[in-house]
Design a protein. Structure first.
Length: 105
């Protein structure tokens, strides 16, 4: 099976390699597994707002663990998040007085 990480894949990953539509820890190179504790997956979802707010922004992150899904677990496999990315663990998000989202590294 191919790897994700610093070791190049021996082959192009296909549906046969990822039969259950997920990538497991065993699919990752050792170097990538070591780095997982240093990065987080951040998912952003816009929801209908409450009160005077037009909408809410809900942020979900892994906190260094492989413990969240990125898609619905049904036949559609639709994205759970409007935007998502991998980044350094421990980012801090705030909203300034102008309503802009700021991130602190």
């Amino acid at each position: 099976m191919g790897y994700i990480g610093s070791k190049p894949a021996d082959q192009v990953l296909t549906g046969a390699d990822i039969q259950d539509a997920s990538i497991q820890l065993a699919d990752l190179s050792t170097a990538a597994q070591d780095a997982l504790g240093k990065i987080d997956y951040y998912g952003f979802k816009k929801t209908n707002g409450t009160g005077n707010q037009l909408e809410d922004l809900v942020i979900t992150y892994t906190n260094g663990a492989d413990n969240i899904s990125a898609a619905t677990n049904d036949t559609t496999q639709t994205d759970l998040y409007d935007e998502s990315f991998w980044a350094k663990k421990g980012l801090t998000f705030t909203v300034n007085s102008n309503g802009e989202l700021e991130v602190t590294i």
